[in-house]
Design a protein. Sequence first.
Length: 305
Amino acid sequence: MVSDGVLYLGVQETIEQRHCESLRTIRSRMVREQMMDLRKYIAPEARLLTISGFYPQSKPTMMHYFRASVVLFVTIFAVIHYYLNLSNENQDVLELTSCVLYVVGTSFIVWKYMAFLKTGGNILKLEEILASPILCEYSVTKENIFEETVNSKFFPICKGIGIAFTIVANTLEIKCGFERKLFLPLKVFGSLENNVICFYYVIFQVSFSMLITWNYVLIDVLCCKMMSIATATLTVLKNNLENIPYENQNFDFLVVTFKKNIILHKEILRFTSLIEESFSFVILTIILSGALINCICGIIILKVS
């Protein structure tokens, strides 16, 4: 009888342990289901920039550095190409101004790439904040705010305009290169036949155009998405404060609610400051390059007219 009682108690204890474990599993699953992973909003750009080697990794590999080095090499080679075209004595003022335009544009592209690579540690910190529990708490209102703010039609339109602009600009450059036979970087390496030079020139320009379309535009979109996420989190904080039931709840509930929103506000401030540190040079590059390119384009238009 004693052995039967001990066996019964052991079986009952095992059943209770399994029941507790199943309850913990269900609770943890419910918690996971009630969390929003905000990193999904930047996942497309992060994945594409990882392929080219520009998106930072916690444990980067040699292949990661190699891909980024290839992109930088092609871009710097383009700067050399346009700079050597400036030394062509047979060009008029309009052609020289066009070469200056491409030298300035590609130089700012290199600067933008280097500025983005320099802030790789901050990008990883931004990802950590996006995965923090205080920012990832789920609610229907919060999901609607993020869908309206971050998943707007602005970003596909921005990508489309950037891709179209870079393709048109580099197509015109290939056309001008054939008309003026400005294949100087290739001629530096020795005497090649003209058809071979033309073939490699087209390969170089197409590669350069694809890399700009891939990286230059995606960095801008990633920057805009980070700022949109910051805007959405501020809207969520505002909505939380506006919907606190001040009159019908006890003091302890209000203390917990305010403490939770203060922590959220602190995380938002840390997130926005990291965005500023990460993308300040990128934004400065966009402003300076836009101003200089517009001035040079104005000179070209005046010369043409």
